[in-house]
Every structure is written in C-alpha cells, then in structure tokens.
Ligand binder design. Structure first.
Ligand code: BES
Ligand code: MN
Ligand code: ZN
Length: 478
C-alpha cells in the first residue's frame, strides 16, 4: 500500500499537481522555475484547455483548472481522473512521490485527485512479482488545500479497503475458494477491528441453508457462511445495518453451463459483492465510524460436478419456502436468499445486498453504474444515491412494481428461480425481496465490478466497486 499523507509545505522538486479555479491562482501556488511557469501559462491560455501536464526535466508538472460553477460531484470525478492520469505519468518516469494541492474553493478536490492517483496505482502482481512495469509511486502528499490530517487518513483507509477488495476479486478460484475467502475476512477483521464467525458445511447443513447447499452440491470445495460484526460502543443506530455480499467464488453456470468461449473467463469476479462488503467493513471499522453494521457472505463455487443441482429440482430454502430451480446459472439468488432470511433476526434498520447478479443489469446500463432497487424508504434510497454521486459509483434505480412478482410464480413450488426473457435484473431482485421483512435495497454490480480494459482509476479487472459507496453512505449517516 502506498502512503497518503498531509503536509503544509511544498517540496522544491517533487512531481506535482495544482488544482485551481484560474491560471493566475494556479501558478501563484508554487515556487516554480520561471521557464516552467511560462510554459504552463502559455499552454493553459490555448482555447478549450483546462489542464496541462508536462515532463519538465524529469519532473511531472500538472495544472488542472476547474469551473467552480459545476456541481461538486462532477468536479470531484474530474479531479480523480486527472489525478489518475498524472500518477500514470509519475509511475512511467519511475517517480516515487506526488504532491497535490488545491487552491480552488471546492476544497475536496485535492483529496479526490489523491484518491484517483492512489487507486490508479493499484496493480495485481501477486502472481507476477517480477513485473518490470510495477508502479513506483509510494507517497501521495496533499499539501495545504484546507484538508485535515483526519480526512487524509480516512482516504487512505478507503483506498486500502478498495485495494483489498480488488485483490480478492482478481484472485482466481484456484487460489481463492470459499474457505479462503472466509479466511481473508477473518484476517481483515483482526486488522481493522471487527469480529468474524465462519460456518463450515456441517454448520450450514445444521442451519438448513438449502439454497447455499444446493449451489454447492456440484463442488468439491465446501461452502462457507461468514458473519462479520462491528458494534462500537458509540454506535448511533439502535437497529443494525446489514450488508450481504454474493460470494460465488466461481460461476461456471453449473449444469446450465455457461457457453464457452469467453462467457466464463471473468467469472472469478462473481464474489465481487462479497469483496465489496468485506472491504466496506474493513474501512468502517478502521475509521471507527459510530455505526453498528453486520455483514453476511454466503460463499461457494458453482460447478456441474457430482450431485450438482439440476434444472427441475425443487429446493427447500432456509426460510422453509420452496424454489423450482429451472436454471443453475441463476445461482446467486439461491445463496443470497438464505443470507437475507438469516438477516431477519437482527431486525435491520436497512439491509443492502451487493451482487454480480445478472447479465441483464450489465446489458441495461453497462459498466458505468450500479442497478439498484428495493423496498427501502425514500430517505434511505436518496442517501444511497447521493453517496453514489459523491464517489461516482452512481445508482440507477429500476422499478420494483408488483407485476414482476407474477413472473416468478411456479405451479409446483413457491417461486421459480428465473423469470421470463424480459426484466431479468428486476425479477432477480423480486425473488430476493421475498426473503426479506425489513427495508431492503438490492445493488446489482454485474456491470461495474470487473472491467476488461483500463478505465482511469478504476483500473482493469476488479474495480472494488461498492467499497467507497458503502463507506461514504455510513460516514454521512450521522
Ligand atoms: N454471475 C452471473 C451474472 C454476471 C454476468 C455477472 C456477467 C457478471 C458479468 C449470474 O450468476 C448469472 O449467470 N445470471 C444469469 C441469470 C439467468 C440465468 C436468469 C444471467 O444473467 O444470464
Ligand atoms: Mn450464474
Ligand atoms: Zn453468478
């Protein structure tokens, strides 16, 4: 992990980024060589230019001019992306330190740029330690910028949590099975200060988690159910918030096998929801937020081996209801249903699940946002959407009309596990809502969880989507 720190003084020679509302303010902000100053000024005076980045004698120098009349969330995203592009250059010249300062009135832009710079420097090199192009950046320094050391520390925690989530998503199933995922949570709990209880297959059987066991039936590896608990003494909420993450460590589709080629290649990412809630718990606990939060992760791989559950099977779920299982590739809802039922005993203020649940969600809005829906109160939904904009993990709310419930009806069981060809993201959410009796919001992250090509600071591969969203939501609750 790189270090993000706060200072009140500029270095004379560090790689730097200045954010300002106009050219004069930008160039007054630092003691720069006259030659460099003149160059930056001339470039910024070109028409339609709001940013310039140059390599001045080996030193990366960048200025971003922001239009303060724009909405803050737009400016923050601009700063993140610009911070990321500057960090890319610093890494290219093998630089180790980047200083960021902001003299505009939009005070959060220095942190946003630092966030982009830090997140773009993540690399998954666990299995390629010899890589020659490893990111060299070790320190990002926020200078002045009306920022406090505490805010910088929080940012650092959230970045660390996002790195952890990305790492879990990027690990393939032969290195991270359901037990490994649970063990990773235990380690994160020790480090950040939350408790983790892990159920093994025997316990899961005792508890009759029929959905989780059905999906696991075709696997050699045991399922796990992780219960993470964070309850600080100063918790402000009486009823806990519950997070649920889909932990399918690999999704082959089971007997309803996904067609090869390509459709399975990135299915190690099917535990991205689990990684997001684990990462969020890490950040929440490490930042000591005054909230009582519980996170639940049912985990297994989905394979066609042994007694794999077969289309046509009728499964009795943990809540005693029955499901006519007509497609083993609709496995996520089977394991999430048991976790959502288990959550009832906590009488949650709100339960939020994160899941790479449907190709339909990805098909509808692509990788640029999260599909959300549910029975949460309007106030809760609004708060989540505001956080979505704050961190630019935007939530597009889908309808949750009762007509969709019809599509899940079965003649021989309480529900089917698939709807028709239309509204697939919604029918999946409707299936899940049947297992809740509390305010509930479902976040389908199938689009943004894993990206095939580098997308600015989101990187390539696991993006860690959901970690920053959840942290922002809880940090702004009280
Ligand atoms: N894990 C997949 C959804 C997915 C697709 C995630 C693409 C990330 C990228 C999920 O388990 C799945 O297979 N869903 C099916 C449901 C269908 C059978 C009702 C789908 O979307 O095709
Ligand atoms: Mn599937
Ligand atoms: Zn899946």
């Amino acid at each position: 992990m790189l270090t993000i720190q706060y200072k009140t003084k500029f270095s004379a020679d560090a790689h730097f980024l200045v954010i300002a509302a106009n050219i004069e303010a930008a160039l007054a902000a630092n003691t720069l060589p006259v030659e460099l100053k003149n160059y930056l000024k001339a470039e910024l005076e070109q028409p339609n230019t709001n940013a310039v980045t140059t390599n001045y004698l080996g030193r990366i120098a960048s200025v971003l001019i922001v239009d303060e009349s724009k909405e803050l969330y737009v400016l923050k995203e601009q700063a993140r992306q610009h911070g990321a592009s500057v960090a890319d250059l610093v890494n290219q010249v093998k630089g180790t330190e980047l200083e960021i300062t902001n003299v505009s009135n939009a005070t959060s832009l220095a942190l946003a740029a630092a966030e982009g710079a830090a997140l773009v420097s993540y690399q998954f090199l666990h299995h390629k330690p010899s890589a020659k192009n490893a990111a060299s950046l070790t320190t990002i320094t926020v200078v002045h910028s009306n920022t406090s050391a505490k805010e910088v520390e929080r940012l650092s925690t959230v970045v660390e949590a996002t790195y952890l989530a990305r790492h879990l998503v990027n690990e393939p199933v032969n290195c991270l099975n359901a037990s490994d995922l649970a063990a990773a949570f235990q380690k994160m709990g020790k480090q950040a200060g939350f408790s983790v209880e892990v159920w093994n297959k025997t316990k899961i059987k005792q508890k009759k988690m029929g959905g989780l066991l059905a999906v696991n039936a075709g696997s050699v590896d045991e399922p796990t159910f992780s219960i993470m608990h964070y309850k600080p003494k100063n918790a402000k909420n009486k009823k806990p918030y519950v997070l649920v993450g889909k932990g399918v460590v690999y999704d082959t589709g089971g007997l309803s096998l996904k067609p090869t080629p390509n459709s399975m290649d990135s299915m190690k990412c099917d535990m991205a929801g689990a990684a997001a809630v684990g990462g969020a718990m890490f950040a929440i606990a490490k930042a000591k937020l005054p909230v009582h939060v519980i996170a639940l992760v049912p985990a297994t791989d989905n394979r066609p081996g042994f007694n794999a559950f077969a289309p046509g099977d009728i499964i009795t779920m943990m809540d005693g209801s029955t499901v006519e299982m007509l497609n083993s590739d609709a496995e996520g809802r089977m394991i999430l249903a048991d976790a959502l039922h288990y959550a009832k005993q906590f009488k949650p203020e709100l339960t939020i699940d994160l899941a790479t649940l449907t190709g339909a969600a990805a098909a509808a809005i692509g990788q640029y946002g999260i599909v959300g829906m549910g029975t949460a109160t309007e106030t809760q939904k609004q708060a989540l959407k505001v956080s979505g904009h704050n961190v630019y993990e935007r939530i597009a709310e889908f309808p949750f009309w009762e007509e969709y419930d019809e599509l899940m009806k079965s003649d021989i069981a309480d529900q089917k596990n698939i709807g028709g060809p239309y509204g697939g993201a919604i029918t999946a959410g409707k299936f899940l809502a049947k297992f809740t009796d509390y305010p509930y919001f479902h976040l389908d992250i199938a689009g943004p969880a894993f990206v095939a090509a580098k997308d600015s600071y989101r990187g390539k591969g696991g993006t860690g989507v959901g970690v920053r969203l959840l942290f922002d939501f809880f940090a702004n609750l009280y």
